[in-house]
Write a protein that binds this ligand. Structure first.
Ligand code: AMP
Length: 419
C-alpha cells in the first residue's frame, strides 16, 4: 500500500476548517494593512536560492529538493518565500510602482529535506508577507505588529516576541571579526557543525543548540554592540515604535535566523512550549537582497509563518475553528419512478444554493434515512409514490422531527437557511 512520502501530510477534510480559518484571517489582515496577494511558482532556478538564501546555509547545503529538468537546467522546489517574491518584484518592474510594494501569499507549499518530527515537515505551508522598497524602521514595526496580531487574533496566547539587530553589511564585518577572535581560542572544543560555521557562516555559531557549545555563547560578543550609526538609529527607532504600539518584546542577542540575506532587524514569535521546532514565525529586513539578485539597491522587510505549526499551537491551546455549516438537505426516494424526480429535485436545490446530497441508489428507505442522519443533514426530502402523484415532496426537519408536504417548486424555500 502506498503512503504519502515521509515528511508530507494529507490535509484531510476534518482539518480543513483550521486551514480555512487561517487563510481567511491572514488575507483579511494583510489587506487591512494594504498588502496585495501574489502567487509565485512552486519551483525556481536553483541559482536564485543559492544567491539569496546563501550557499553556506543549512537550507541550501542540506535541505533543498533540486532536480535537473529535461533540458538539463537545475531547478529547486521553493524552500522559502522571500527570494521568489524579490525575483518577481524585479522581473515585473515593480520599482516603478509606489514604494514600498506590499505583497502577501497564503498557503504557499515549501520544501525542505529535513528530519521530520512534530511541527517539522518536508512539505509544509507558509504565509508570507513582504514590504519592498522602503528602509524605514516604521515598516519593520508594521510587519511585526501584523505578525503579532495574526497570532493574537487567532486566540493564541502566552507568545513571546523576540527581536535582535544583526546590523548592516558594514557593521556585520566588524561584528564577525569580533566573533571570530572570541571563538578562535575555543575552536578545537566546538562541535563539528560549529567548526565548519566558524569558516563559512560565523553568525550561525550563535544558533548552535548543542550542549557542548552552550558555555561559549554566554560571553560571545553581541551584534548590537557593533552597529554602525545608521543601524544603531534604525534599531533605536524600531524599539521606540514597538513601545509606542504597545508590543512587548525581548531582545535575544543570539537570534540571527538561518538565512544569509537578513540585515538589521530579525525577529521571531515563539509559543510557550520550549523547543527548537517551536518557532511560530519570524522574519526581518533584507536590505541587500534585491541588489544581490541584480537589481538596484532596494530595502525590504518580511515575515513568514508555518501554517502547520500554527495549527499545532491552536490545538495545544484548545482553540477550535468554526466548523463548516452542516449539510442542508439529503434527498431520499422510494423506487425507480421517484428516482428521476429525485435527481431533478437535487439539481434544483443545488441551483438554488441549497447544499444537497442525493441518497445512494439501491437502498431501502430506512437505509437512506440512516445515511441522511449520518451526514447530519438539516432536512431530509422524501419522494415516494404519494408525493410523486401529487407533485409534492415531504420535508422532514431532522432537529425538530416535524414534517410537512410542500409542492415540489417550493422545496428550495422550505429548506433554505433563511426560511
Ligand atoms: P524559516 O524560514 O525557517 O524562518 O521558517 C519560517 C516559519 O516556517 C517557521 O517559523 C515555521 O513556522 C515554519 N517552518 C519552517 N520550517 C518548517 C518545517 N520543516 N516544517 C514545518 N514548518 C516549518
Amino acid at each position: 500500500m502506498y503512503k504519502a512520502p515521509r515528511g508530507t501530510a494529507d490535509i484531510l477534510p476534518e482539518e480543513q476548517p483550521y486551514w480555512r480559518l487561517i487563510e481567511a484571517h491572514a488575507s483579511a489582515l494583510c489587506e487591512q494593512y494594504g498588502y496585495q496577494r501574489i502567487d509565485t511558482p512552486v519551483f525556481e532556478e536553483s541559482e536564485l536560492f543559492a544567491r539569496s538564501v546563501g550557499g553556506a546555509t543549512d537550507v541550501i547545503e542540506k535541505e533543498t529538493y533540486s532536480f535537473a529538468d529535461r533540458s538539463g537546467d537545475w531547478m529547486t522546489l521553493r524552500p522559502e518565500g522571500t527570494a521568489a517574491v524579490c525575483r518577481a518584484y524585479l522581473e515585473h518592474g515593480m520599482r516603478v510602482l509606489p514604494q514600498p510594494v506590499r505583497l502577501y501569499s497564503v498557503r504557499v507549499p515549501m520544501f525542505r529535506y529535513d528530519r521530520p518530527q512534530a511541527g517539522r515537515q518536508r512539505q509544509f505551508h507558509q504565509i508570507n508577507v513582504e514590504a519592498i522598497g522602503n528602509g524605514d524602521a516604521s515598516l519593520d514595526a508594521e510587519i511585526i505588529e501584523l505578525a503579532w496580531r495574526f497570532f493574537a487574533e487567532l486566540g493564541l496566547h502566552d507568545l513571546d516576541l523576540i527581536i535582535n539587530s544583526i546590523g548592516d553589511r558594514d557593521s556585520r564585518a566588524s561584528y564577525v571579526e569580533a566573533l571570530l577572535s572570541y571563538y578562535h581560542p575555543h575552536i578545537e572544543s566546538l562541535c563539528p557543525d560549529c567548526k565548519s560555521r566558524f569558516k563559512t557562516n560565523p553568525l550561525r555559531l550563535l544558533d548552535c543548540k548543542k550542549q557542548s557549545c552552550q558555555p561559549y555563547l554566554v560571553d560571545a560578543p553581541r551584534s548590537v554592540d557593533h552597529l554602525t550609526d545608521d543601524s544603531r538609529k534604525h534599531w533605536d527607532d524600531l524599539t521606540g515604535y514597538l513601545t509606542t504600539l504597545g508590543l512587548d518584546y525581548t531582545v535575544d542577542h543570539r537570534l540571527v535566523r538561518g538565512l544569509d540575506y537578513y540585515s538589521r532587524t530579525v525577529f521571531e514569535i515563539q509559543p510557550p512550549v520550549e523547543g527548537a521546532q517551536s518557532t511560530l514565525g519570524g522574519g526581518g529586513r533584507y536590505d541587500g537582497l534585491i541588489e544581490q539578485l541584480g537589481g538596484q539597491p532596494t530595502p525590504g522587510v518580511g515575515f513568514a509563518c508555518g501554517v502547520e505549526r500554527v495549527i499545532l499551537n491552536l490545538k495545544r491551546q484548545g482553540i477550535e475553528p468554526p466548523r463548516a455549516g452542516e449539510l442542508d438537505a439529503v434527498v431520499v426516494y422510494m423506487g425507480d419512478p421517484a428516482k428521476e424526480a429525485a435527481v431533478m429535485l437535487a439539481s434544483k436545490l443545488r441551483a438554488a444554493g441549497v447544499q444537497t446530497v442525493l441518497a445512494p441508489a439501491g437502498r431501502s428507505l430506512k437505509a437512506q434515512m440512516r445515511y441522511a442522519s449520518s451526514l447530519a443533514a438539516a432536512h431530509v426530502l422524501v419522494l415516494g409514490e404519494d408525493e410523486l402523484a401529487q407533485g409534492t415532496v415531504t420535508v422532514k426537519d431532522m432537529a425538530g422531527g416535524e414534517q410537512r408536504q410542500v409542492p415540489l417548486d417550493d422545496a428550495p424555500a422550505a429548506v433554505s437557511r433563511s426560511s
